[in-house]
Design a protein around this ligand. Structure first.
Ligand code: FE
Length: 172
């Protein structure tokens, strides 16, 4: 048997019995409002993977014109990929544009805004650990972590009729 014979042969062994199930979400950019969990005025997130075992979450963040993602500090890194629109932080002079990638190092404190000429932005974010909402001088006023995200999803999915257990498919 040479390499050519096995190139398209699937892996033949069972997966580890303790491995978790994969998550597959077709059409994650869906316009179905029920799937987008409100988190502030004109700000929504769509959960993709709520990883309670490692303490991070992957989500699509949607911000419509005039929406603001309130000032917050990240003690841990964040990765972002802009899928639609454009946005910037009040604390930086660069602009994140559709198709662009952003790495936010631990220690970042920022406030996300969408420019007036953009109707809506959608960005895929991986947020690790916790985000601490702060006042302009760094005093903590609140926080979010994977558990508060899960709670927000439960409440929202129950309210829109999908049932609070709808969130479970995104939890690992
Ligand atoms: Fe952030």
């Amino acid at each position: 048997m040479n390499d050519d014979d096995t190139a398209r042969m699937p892996y033949q062994l069972p997966f580890p019995k303790d491995a978790q199930e994969e998550i597959v979400i077709p059409k994650a950019m869906s316009e179905d409002d029920r799937l987008w969990v409100p988190q502030a005025e004109n700000v929504w997130f769509r959960p993709l993977c709520l990883n309670r075992s490692q303490g991070y979450w992957m989500n699509l963040l949607k911000v419509r014109k005039a929406g603001v993602l309130s000032r917050h500090r990240h003690p841990q890194p964040v990765h972002g990929f802009v899928l639609k629109g454009r946005w910037h932080y009040l604390e930086h002079d660069w602009v994140a544009e559709e198709g662009g990638y952003v790495f936010e190092p631990p220690g970042e404190t920022h406030t996300l805004v969408v420019p007036d000429d953009v109707e809506e932005m959608v960005t895929y974010f991986q947020v690790n650990g916790v985000m601490c909402y702060v006042d302009p001088w760094g005093k903590v006023t609140g926080y979010e972590d994977v558990f508060t995200k899960i709670d927000l999803c439960r409440k929202h999915f129950a309210e829109v009729g999908l049932g609070e257990s709808y969130v479970e498919q995104f939890i690992r």
